[in-house]
Write a protein that binds this ligand. Structure first.
Ligand code: NOJ
Length: 562
């Protein structure tokens, strides 16, 4: 890693003020995703908690991020890692209390960090008071109307109402003892809400205000594209199981899939924006919507959520031409919608990018995980080198970047978790065909040794592999060239260099190289080819790997000052 020690450019008038009341603070922010149960465990029960997060907030401040986003910490049976919520306005007692949340948010704000919470409006847990009420109240009741209950087909109603499939595998319908069926696009423990029901809409307004009033700065909206469904009778069959997946959206005229990305869903977000704008600064939001680019940015319009995750970038692999196309398209889409672009390489749902980026193109990640990460074997050092280059590229792009806990340590996917410890419902619901997402959710290593590598004083709810301590914060803190120090330096420099929200590509580059300038002060060059190339003009500010005799080796990104 090469670092130029002094800062070079002062922020300009167009650089957003990330620390304060600036209503645009999020447009180029770096947001760190905390998966609470795997971050830090203060009470030693093996499960991360809010007090653990509070104690470790200095790590985020030292890293230099602008905000943290917490995945769900609400009361939950953990049928889907907390995305099955019992009560939207409380804290899981195993993770703490509302007072602990307030203390965490106050400390974050004291350190200059914004706080974003996860909102799960598509479905509740089956343990939610409303769902229990719906089961007790019976068919045709007002309580059932908050969910999607239907009679079955077949002579005795023994067949599900439609052929819709769950994202996690199998039918999206579950039968209840009185014979009716309810819709669950995810696990059976996650019944879908009926967003045509005014009580549902009103209750979420209350939830939004509840968290805004507690000082939360924004929301990440889970499955934002699925809330509004075509529930007119008769419900439509799709005709083939694969048409239930988001990947099939291209087969449908825009807005006509029965449950994804319907035009009317935008009314919900326009309504929420009115609430966000009653606060100062206005609350921000980001849509989790696995929808192709031009439709996805509709969720990010200024009168809706403001941002939407860019999963095309995450799925772009390590191919210069493909990534350039995705970056150009994403910036154009975001600009057209009046939004800022977003970039993400890892999160709690995908194989960590330090492993994913070196899987040969076309590798099915599920098959790879099923092989315990052995077929094909992944070269961890090559993966880390590529991940570091990918990260510096991402952090040079205009817009905001979402960073997933542990990527600043260069953590690889834990692909060989024994099947008996798996918690992700995908494992059971697919009949053991897909292992699921536990391999990116293994609790963080903070220290080189000791119980659960400093995660807590007890164990860890998912086993950490031997050698995890080598990735720990303790092992990397202050170590020149470590991935942690690379992130810290990159974030510090980025904050100083940010200027405007555009980039200018250079076409005069060797094959497999991406090069762009941010204004006339900052240049980013990434070598995705297999050969060493010459460096263009500019003063080296930072590089993801040592330069090769002053030249740029494979899988390396360099930032140059102009
Ligand atoms: C998306 C979340 O990121 C994922 O973890 C969850 O399983 C589904 N939504 C369902 O809530």
């Amino acid at each position: 890693m090469t670092v130029r020690s002094t800062a070079r450019t002062a922020p300009t008038a167009s650089t957003p003020d990330l620390s304060s009341q600036d209503p645009g603070w999020w447009r180029q922010a770096v947001i760190y995703q905390v998966y609470p149960r795997s971050f830090a465990d203060a009470d030693g029960d093996g499960l991360g908690d809010l007090r653990g997060i509070t104690q470790r907030l200095t790590h985020l401040a030292a890293l230099g991020v602008d905000a943290l986003w917490l995945s769900p910490f609400y009361p939950s049976e953990l049928a889907d890692g907390g995305y099955d919520v019992d009560d939207y306005r409380d804290v899981d007692p195993r993770l703490g209390t509302l007072d602990d949340f307030d203390a965490m948010a106050a400390e974050a704000h004291r350190l200059g960090l914004k706080v974003i919470v996860d909102l799960v409006p598509n479905h509740t847990s089956h343990r939610h008071a409303w769902f229990r009420e719906a089961l007790a109240a019976g068919p045709g009741s007002a309580a059932r109307d908050r969910y999607v209950f239907r009679d079955g087909r077949g002579e005795h109603g023994e067949l599900p109402p439609t052929d819709w499939q769950s994202v996690f595998g199998g039918s999206a319908w579950q039968r209840v003892p009185d014979g009716q069926w309810y819709l669950h696009l995810f696990a059976p423990q996650q019944p879908d809400l009926n967003w045509e029901n005014e009580q549902v809409r009103a209750d979420f307004r209350t939830t939004l205000r509840f968290w805004c009033d507690r000082g939360v700065d924004g929301f990440r909206v889970d499955v934002a594209h699925a809330l509004v469904k075509d529930l007119g009778e008769p419900l439509r069959d799709l005709g083939a199981p694969e048409l239930s997946g988001e990947a099939a959206l291209a087969e449908f005229a825009p807005g006509t899939h029965p449950f994804y990305d319907r035009d009317d869903v935008h009314e919900v977000y326009r309504d929420w924006r009115k609430i966000f704008d009653t606060y100062s600064p206005p609350r921000t939001a980001v849509a989790e919507a696995w929808v192709p680019g031009p439709r996805r940015v509709l969720y990010a319009r200024p009168d809706e959520l403001g941002q939407a995750f860019n999963f095309e970038y995450l799925q772009g692999g390590w191919d210069a031409a493909k990534l350039r196309g995705i970056i150009t398209g994403s910036l154009a889409d975001a600009h057209a919608a009046g939004a800022s672009a977003t970039w993400v390489l890892s999160n709690h749902d995908v194989v960590r990018h330090a492993s994913r980026l070196v899987l040969p193109p076309g590798t099915d990640p599920d098959a790879w995980l099923l092989s315990g990460g052995r077929a094909p074997a992944v070269d961890a050092a090559a993966g880390l080198r590529r991940a570091r280059a990918a990260t510096l590229l991402m952090l040079a792009l205009p817009g905001s970047a979402y960073v997933y806990q542990g990527e600043e340590l260069g953590l690889p996917e834990v692909a060989d978790l024994p099947t008996e410890v798996l918690q992700d419902p995908i494992w059971e619901q697919t009949g053991h065909v897909r292992k699921g997402r536990d391999g990116c959710r293994v609790p963080l290593p903070w220290t080189t040794d000791g119980p659960s590598y400093g995660f807590g004083t007890g164990g860890a709810w998912l086993p950490q592999p031997p050698g995890f301590g080598g990735y720990s914060v303790q092992a990397q803190d202050g170590v020149a060239g470590s991935t942690l120090e690379l992130y810290r330096t990159a974030l510090r420099l980025r904050r100083k260099l940010l200027d405007g929200e555009s980039l200018t590509w250079s076409d005069d580059v060797p094959a497999g190289v991406l090069r762009f300038d941010r204004s006339d002060t900052w240049r980013c060059v990434t070598n995705l080819s297999g050969t060493t190339v010459d460096l263009p003009a500019g003063e080296v500010l930072l590089s993801s790997a040592p330069l090769d005799g002053g030249r740029l080796g494979p899988d390396t990104t360099v930032w140059l000052g102009l």
